[in-house]
Write a new protein. Structure first.
Length: 230
């Protein structure tokens, strides 16, 4: 694992771990990052085969109570969230018309736990169609998930067979409806973990780390240019 990857994982553990201890069941910074990433993915537009333009400015609105709890973190909070979102944009190969900006403010119209994200930035002229394709990264390779339901396990009967004795024959499944994904443990012997917690079934977003057997999988959502002439 490279120094950069180590740093990114330490940073993610800091934001997801240290902050979650401070806020427990309240709104957590990782949820803000996920909401911005989702807005970024939705607003991204393929200009050509090698360029995907995304909005560069994001305005996050939280309930007054959540904002008050997060305010003591000050500029450090925005800085760490910006780094996570920036890492996501690099993995997705997004480009911006200007510097990435994130601002957080309170809104009297929102209830505790609610997040509202708006985006702005240059719009691409004559934007091509974008198709979002799910993928799993592991073992230094990327595997696109072509089905609406993809099973993963050590056996050849799984859609994605992985050489890992710690996996069950069919260990877990990724379900994709064209815009969102869920992961489902298929009664595996050793269980499936998301963000360090054992799960049965739950929704997942881009860059979610899945632990199964002795393998760490990273769920991605990849932008693909749709050529209507083909």
């Amino acid at each position: 694992m490279s120094f950069v990857e180590n740093f990114e994982r330490r940073l993610e553990r800091f934001v997801n771990g240290a902050f979650s201890k401070a806020f427990k069941s309240q709104l957590q910074p990782v949820e803000i990052s996920a909401a911005i990433k989702a807005k970024m993915d939705k607003g991204a537009a393929v200009v050509d085969r090698d360029r995907i333009l995304a909005p560069n400015a994001y305005f996050v609105r939280l309930s007054q109570a959540d904002f008050a709890r997060l305010t003591p973190m000050g500029e450090h909070l925005v800085s760490e969230i910006t780094k996570q979102v920036s890492n996501h944009s690099k993995k997705q190969r997004y480009q911006f018309s200007s510097e990435l900006q994130i601002a957080i403010e309170a809104s009297a119209s929102l209830a505790v736990g609610q997040i509202q994200v708006s985006a702005s930035g240059a719009k691409a002229p004559e934007v091509a169609n974008v198709a979002w394709t799910p993928a799993l990264d592991f073992g230094g390779k990327r595997y696109l998930l072509a089905k609406s339901r993809t099973t993963v396990g050590r056996d050849s009967s799984a859609d994605l067979a992985v050489n890992d004795a710690g996996l069950s024959r069919t260990h877990f499944a990724i379900n994709w409806d064209g815009s969102s994904a869920t992961i489902e443990d298929l009664g595996s012997t050793n269980g499936t973990k998301v963000a360090g917690r054992s799960i049965k079934s739950q929704s997942i977003s881009a860059d979610t780390v899945i632990e199964a057997g002795r393998t760490n999988f990273v769920f991605r959502i990849i932008a693909k240019n749709v050529d209507e002439n083909k």
